[in-house]
Design a protein around this ligand. Structure first.
Ligand code: CLF
Ligand code: SF4
Length: 494
């Protein structure tokens, strides 16, 4: 078998992957796997959707950041899973989503427990989905404890993407994260539990990589427990063949009832996360666009449509899975994606020559399609771009409560939004009202709505050009002539 460098990246400054890589950087067989996977490709996450089916309720370990009443923190934000599904119900849900959301390309199993602790349910579900909707990629997430036992089975089922959560490789760190594991018919505690867990995780990871399966490693960053240690974790998983490393913030609140929540263990700040991601980015592909989604999420990352596909709704739906129609939709998506790339390249040419050292952070309100198309008051998150003369690089997102609910703005929410993006010099939005505009200006953040329906990175770069010129006391530049109405209309309609 041809040896493929899974981690190849030529350092594209604008970050085209969950990794940095794009079609020119990766072996074609790897690009084929990641190009429309919204978690494995940062670019793809603007255009393609994923869905989860919650078929795996049990778990074989205990993490201090998890309460069984809540979604698996490996792959989700806290919040109960609305419904647990049988494999048959799960396959039907996939067909329903595939027929209504043609840009849904990936179906994953991410809990609410561990996907391989309920291995037979998980594998039956994957088999049913594969047969019913062959154009949907299959994805799995696991804590890795029993992974070595199932590598062959995963390969047989054509699962090309597996996430393993690795929070430590040192049992002394591990015993502060895992109180126990259940393995080989008995419960293990302390360092011995973490030693077994780590050995099994790394063995499973290596086994998958050897079979050409792309492995993403998720790590929960727990300040004071494993934050520094994650640098060693990164080196180890890279050496064993992991494709991508996703460092996620610990989510801990007393109301979640987790050990960490109840004992006051704090999570990292967005700046802590960005700084660690930057340290790791020189070593291997780093994912920065994870939304820690629910185990029953549906849709673009950050825009959960799961409630539209409850059991009752799916049963009442007329489902018509039409692969040809889905193919046409993907071609349209790819046309829009290519146009966004061209706009980005053109904008980059315009800023060429400016000092690459001058960097700014810009917040963007978007609801997908890679364009600035969300009202400030309706945004549930802001995407954060680091912009310099070399390009606009997605570096994370900040979740917020929508400022304007039911047509009225809440001062309290507005303060929280401003806090969330306080390190940005501007926020690019589709529209914004006069009150939040004034409040943002007072906080030193430039509210900008003149890039409505423009491609995000092009808008960021144009703004950057203006910013630099303003800083140098020159005139503002004129807005670009290259509109994106056709693609914008498609993205608006979904
Ligand atoms: Fe789901 Fe995970 Fe597959 Fe993605 S999620 S099983 S790889 S299809 Fe993605 Fe969600 Fe982050 Fe997971 S944004 S939590 S990384
Ligand atoms: Fe919870 Fe997932 Fe940890 Fe299991 S592996 S305890 S379900 S976070």
């Amino acid at each position: 078998m041809e040896k493929v460098d899974l981690q190849a990246t030529n350092g594209c400054s604008a970050g085209r992957c969950g990794s940095k890589a794009g079609p020119a950087d990766l072996h074609p067989s790897v690009w084929e796997k990641v190009k429309d996977h919204p978690c494995y490709s940062e670019e793809a996450h603007h255009f393609y959707a994923r869905m989860h089916v919650a078929v795996a309720p049990a778990c074989n370990i205990q993490c201090h950041y998890c309460n069984r009443k809540y979604d698996c923190a490996n792959e989700s934000r806290p919040g109960v899973v609305s419904e647990r599904l049988t494999p048959e119900q799960a396959a039907q849900r996939v067909l329903a989503v595939a027929s209504r959301v043609p840009q849904m390309t990936v179906a994953g199993i991410a809990g609410p427990g561990d996907s391989l602790a309920s291995a037979e349910r998980t594998f039956r579900t994957l088999d049913l989905i594969r047969k019913a909707a062959p154009d949907v990629k299959l994805c799995l997430s696991t804590n890795g404890l029993v992974l070595p036992d199932y590598v062959d089975r995963i390969k047989e089922l054509d699962v090309d993407h597996v996430t393993v959560t690795v929070n430590m490789i040192d049992p002394e760190v591990g015993e502060r994260i895992y109180p126990w594991i259940y393995f080989g018919g008995r419960r293990w505690r302390g360092k011995e539990a973490s030693r077994i867990l780590s050995e099994r995780q790394l063995e499973g990871l290596q086994g998958l990589a050897a079979k050409g399966i792309l492995v993403k490693v998720n790590s929960v960053m727990i300040p004071g427990v494993n934050d520094e240690h994650l640098v060693d974790v990164n080196k180890t998983v890279k050496s064993l063949g992991a494709f991508l490393h996703n460092v996620m913030p610990l989510i801990s609140a007393p109301e979640h009832g987790t050990h960490y929540g109840l004992t006051g263990q704090r999570g990292p700040t967005p700046q802590d996360i960005m700084s660690l991601q930057d340290r790791l980015a020189g070593q291997m592909n780093v994912m920065r666009h994870c939304r820690q989604c629910r185990a029953d999420a549906v849709g673009l990352l950050g825009d959960d449509r799961g409630r539209e596909f409850s059991l009752v709704q799916v049963e009442a739906m007329e489902v018509s899975y039409e692969p040809e129609k889905r193919k046409v939709c993907r071609e349209l998506v790819e046309t829009g994606r290519e146009a966004a790339r061209e706009a980005r390249s053109a904008a980059r040419r315009e800023t060429a020559g400016a000092s690459p050292d001058a960097k700014i952070l810009v917040a963007v309100a978007t609801k997908g399609g890679g364009i600035v198309n969300e009202h400030f008051g309706h945004a549930r998150e802001f995407q954060i771009y680091e912009v310099c003369a070399m390009g606009a690089r997605f570096v994370g997102h900040r979740r917020v409560e929508g400022y304007c609910e039911g047509g009225y703005g809440e001062d309290e929410s507005l303060d929280a939004v401003i806090q969330a993006i306080r390190d940005c010099v501007a926020v690019l939005v589709f529209r914004i009202g006069s009150c939040p505009r004034k409040a943002l200006e007072a906080a030193g953040i430039d509210p900008v709505d003149r890039f409505a329906y423009e491609y995000i990175e092009k808008a960021c770069l144009e703004y950057y050009g203006e910013y630099v010129r303003r800083a140098k006391g020159r005139e503002r530049c004129s807005p670009s002539e290259v509109p994106a109405e056709a693609w914008a209309a498609f993205a608006r309609e979904g």
